[in-house]
Design a binder for this molecule. Structure first.
Ligand code: 48H
Length: 263
């Protein structure tokens, strides 16, 4: 078969446009394809909801790849092992309730599980803003290419609507911070109404509190993963990832309930 460059181009542009147009009205938009975002996408898609993940890097997986200090292993406590099992990830039982996994396998299988369940994952796209309506409800995400962000070029973004937006952007909680910065008088659902900031490492407490911190923090906007601990001022936990997976599963349940209940 003779290859045609223009036919290759046609398939790329048509395919992208078809998929993007199909994503204009979402049930749930997730910012960040780290462990918590991928798990949230898996459970939401499995529930039959229309969920897209927007990842600013050209690769998924967030902080999983680096293991601990570039030693390519992640640790998962037994409470979260069932989630990875559901996603097809094999972990080594290293005793006393600790399991360990290979980052390449964890990222790959979690991503495939989310996509197979029906989630769409975009890379190279930054959630640079949100849409908000008069009644102070987040109603969607505002996107731009990461390449545009890095270049500093003045290029206006595009927007997609979503019934729930989830901030799964990790330590920086970028989406929550954007709302906090841009909405006058905004109150985030913390005791002081503002992002508290993450605390120094304490694995036991960080992992315990992350699930509790996973919730709706502003109408239409939920937070999960490390972003949840930054918002509520809980400790970091190092290279143990069970809390991220548990948080992703919890936020999926909350978001599905909100979408289905219309609350
Ligand atoms: C689109 C964005 C944007 C944006 C950022 O950091 P992550 O892996 O996040 P979690 O919370 O799922 O997992 C945290 C874990 O990896 C970790 O850092 C741990 C356990 N730390 C403990 C410790 O002590 O340090 O993934 C977040 C993803 C990344 O891929 C970012 O590129 C992406 O979000 N992202 N994507 N739009 N505005 N901001």
């Amino acid at each position: 078969m003779p290859l045609s460059e223009t036919e290759i181009t046609r398939r790329i542009v048509e395919g992208f446009s078809r998929e993007f147009l199909d994503s204009l009205e979402l049930d749930v938009a997730i910012a960040g394809a780290g462990p918590s975002g991928l798990v949230a996408a898996f459970y939401l898609a499995r529930e039959g909801l229309k969920v897209n993940v927007f990842e600013r890097n050209l690769y998924v997986g967030g902080g999983i790849w680096g293991g601990g200090m570039l030693f390519a292993r992640i640790v998962v406590q037994e409470e979260a092992a069932g989630i990875l099992d559901e996603m097809g990830v094999k972990l080594d039982d290293t005793g006393d309730g600790y399991l360990a996994g290979d980052p390449v396998e964890v990222v790959s299988r979690c991503t495939v599980a989310a996509i197979d369940a029906g989630a769409r994952v975009w890379v190279g796209m930054t959630v640079e803003d949100v849409m908000i309506r008069e009644n102070d409800v987040v109603t969607g995400v505002v996107l731009n290419w990461r390449a545009v962000e890095l270049s500093g070029m003045h290029v206006d973004p595009l927007a997609l609507s979503a019934k729930v937006v989830i901030d799964a952007t990790g330590h920086d909680c970028n989406v929550v911070r954007t709302v906090e910065r841009k909405v006058p008088g905004c109150r985030i659902e913390t005791a002081g109404g503002v992002v508290v900031g993450e605390k120094p490492m304490w694995a036991e407490v960080g992992e315990r509190e992350i699930v509790d911190n996973t919730r709706e923090v502003y109408p239409g906007m939920m937070v999960c993963g490390m972003a949840a601990n930054t918002v509520f001022g809980s400790p970091r936990m190092g290279a143990i990832f069970g809390g991220m997976f548990l948080s992703g599963r919890k936020v999926a349940g909350l978001a599905a309930g909100k979408v289905r209940g219309g609350a």
